[in-house]
Every structure is written in structure tokens, then in C-alpha cells.
Design a protein around this ligand. Structure first.
Ligand code: ASP
Length: 343
């Protein structure tokens, strides 16, 4: 009988998990991948075959950008046929953005892509890296009837598996660094790995993987605050080639009703700039028209982000702009649940 263990590809992009302290400055910087693997001999005990590939120069995820998202997508595309699952090691700072981006880029994904990292480097005595990495590989290897159990991009951190495009980094110190406030956990790791099957994404298995690499970066993110300046906003909306704006509003999608503000948005929409309403709250949803302070937005054609996270709203906007969809269809597509990112 041949080897029937699942094949897992481990992709190392950088992050604290593989960092070491710089002798002179004491600051943490990315280290090489081989060192990381040496520190976790337990990986050899797992019931799967692990292959590894590393970014040539691992990065702190604060330097992450769509150019690297495409690199990760291409690694998965190239190795899709020969592997049953993928684990991406990534810094936690921008992990939710990258993992959300990959969820949009990998259409009809039928295998697990599990992002993980750690708050402490692998060499640290109290590291959270080992548990995160080992369980992430286990999750990626999980099969039901010889087929991958999980068929979506997810994020594993501190005993919990989340749908990636629902996550937000909520803490810079706690091992429990992420939360998914608008969607239940996909799995929890205790004595047993308890998978909440009813919440898993169910892709159409008849369709083939399509990898989208055309991401349009001509977008802006504006977080409203009381006293926001008209001049500043005017300059943002007058940015050459601007195609889309994520507007982080208050509560259920509310904003100031001052005439200058509404007129500014109206003019931008007339120019063909897409404006998406996303709430500043970590949990809950935009409901335009619920209050008088969001009625105007609805009337002038602002798109509802519903309960999407900002981390998912940004790559969704880049992805849909890259698809060159025309005005009305763009609004419909953005308000549609594409990868389980909205309820
Ligand atoms: N600054 C690090 C990064 O995001 C933090 C981490 O890995 O947790 O790369």
C-alpha cells in the first residue's frame, strides 16, 4: 500500500514565530526558516507529510502588501494538486488582512489554508508558537472520508480556529490575540479537536480553483471621528485615480449629517468612486436607514459593508475593483456574501 498520509505544505512568510533578538539593539527581527523547524522536532511525529517553502527574505508582517499576497496565492496555486492542505506562518500584526485577502483570491478553494503565527518567538521558553503550529498542521491534515474536512481560509491561534475573513487582531500582548465577533469559531482545541461542522464553509466542489491576482490598490480608508476636517477629506477624495473608499462609520453605520460631508460623498459617487460603509464597532452590523444619520448614505448610493470587518473590506474592495465590474453590479457584488465574510 502507498503512503496515504495527507500532504501539507508549510509556507513561511516571517513574523515573531521565527524571530530572534538582535544582539545590538535588542529588537526582534525575522530569522531563517531552517532554524524554526529545528526548534519543533514534534512536527515529525504528526500523521502527515510536511513539505516546506519559505519567503526568500522573511518579513515582519507590518511590511506585508498585496505583492506578497500574490506570492502566497501563487505558491498555493502551484502546489494545489499535490497537497491536501496548506499552513501559512505569518506575523500576527496583519495576519487578518492577508488571510482575508487570500479568501477572496482563492475562489472555489476546496482545501484548508490555515494561517498561524505566535506572540512569542519559537525559541522563547514560554512560547505559544509550538501549540499554534502543531495544531494548525493537524487542522490542515484533518480529513473526512479521505477528503479535506476544512475547505476555506482560516486562522488558528491560541486553541481556536476561526474563519479568516471574520477575524481581527484584538490584543498585542495576550496569547489570545484574535477574535471573530460576528461569526462562531470553526473549531476549538482542548483534549479533543472539536470541529463545529455546521459553521464550515461549503464550496461548490464541482468548480475548479480560480486564483485572482488582479488587485487594485487605488483605495482609501477613512475612519470618522467627531470634528473630522472637510479640507482633509476633500484632499482624500481628490486623490488622482481613486476608485474606492471604505468609510468607517459609527455604530450601525451612522455619520454626521452636515451638508458639506454628504455633498462630498455625493460628488465622489457621481465621479464613479465606490464608497463602502463599514462600522467602527468590532461586532455588529451596518444597517443603513436604521437611524436618520445613515438614511442619507443609503439615498446617495453608499454600499453597505453589513457586518464585514475592515480587514476583509479592504481586500474585498481591491479584488472586486480588479474584476472591472460596472457601477450597479459592483454594489450588488460587494453586498453579496462571496466567501462567508458577511452574514
Ligand atoms: N510584528 C510581528 C509581525 O506581525 C508580530 C507577530 O508576529 O506577532 O510580523
Amino acid at each position: 500500500m502507498g503512503n496515504t498520509k495527507p500532504n501539507i505544505l508549510l509556507i513561511y512568510t516571517g513574523g515573531t514565530i521565527g524571530m530572534v533578538k538582535d544582539f545590538k539593539t535588542g529588537a526582534l527581527r525575522a530569522f531563517d526558516f531552517k532554524n524554526l523547524l529545528k526548534r519543533i522536532p514534534e512536527l515529525n511525529l504528526l500523521d502527515c507529510n510536511i513539505d516546506t517553502v519559505s519567503f526568500k527574505e522573511p518579513i515582519d508582517s507590518s511590511n506585508m502588501n498585496p505583492k506578497y499576497w500574490i506570492q502566497i496565492a501563487e505558491l498555493i496555486e502551484k502546489n494545489y494538486g499535490n497537497n491536501d492542505g496548506f499552513v501559512v506562518l505569518h506575523g500576527s500584526d496583519t495576519m487578518s488582512y492577508t488571510a482575508s485577502a487570500l479568501s477572496f483570491m482563492l475562489e472555489n478553494l476546496a482545501k484548508p489554508v490555515v494561517f498561524t503565527g505566535s506572540q512569542l518567538p519559537i525559541g522563547d521558553l514560554r512560547t505559544d508558537a509550538k501549540e499554534n503550529l502543531i495544531t494548525a498542521v493537524q487542522v490542515a491534515s484533518l480529513q473526512y472520508r479521505k477528503k479535506p474536512a476544512i475547505k476555506e481560509v482560516c486562522l488558528y491561534f491560541e486553541y481556536k480556529l476561526y474563519r479568516a475573513n471574520r477575524t481581527t487582531k484584538i490584543n498585542a500582548e495576550h496569547f489570545e490575540a484574535f477574535a471573530s465577533l460576528n461569526y462562531p469559531d470553526l473549531a476549538e482545541s482542548g483534549v479533543h479537536l472539536k470541529v463545529n461542522k455546521e459553521y464550515l464553509f461549503k464550496p461548490n466542489l464541482k468548480k475548479k480553483l480560480v486564483v485572482h491576482k488582479n488587485l487594485d490598490k487605488n483605495i482609501a480608508l477613512i475612519k470618522l471621528f467627531p470634528g473630522i476636517s472637510e479640507t482633509v477629506l476633500q484632499s482624500v477624495f481628490n486623490t488622482p485615480n481613486l476608485k474606492g473608499v471604505i468609510l468607517e462609520t459609527y455604530g450601525a453605520g451612522n455619520c454626521t449629517t452636515e451638508t458639506w460631508f454628504i455633498n462630498l460623498l455625493k460628488t465622489a459617487i457621481k465621479k464613479g468612486i465606490h464608497i463602502i460603509n463599514v462600522t467602527q464597532c468590532s461586532g455588529g452590523s451596518v444597517i443603513m436607514g436604521h437611524y436618520e444619520t445613515s438614511n442619507q448614505l443609503k439615498k446617495i448610493g453608499v454600499i453597505s459593508g453589513k457586518d464585514i470587518t475592515t480587514e476583509a473590506a479592504i481586500p474585498k474592495l481591491m479584488y472586486l475593483l480588479g474584476e472591472n465590474i460596472s457601477g450597479k453590479a459592483f454594489k450588488i457584488s460587494y453586498e453579496t456574501d462571496l466567501r462567508g465574510e458577511i452574514s
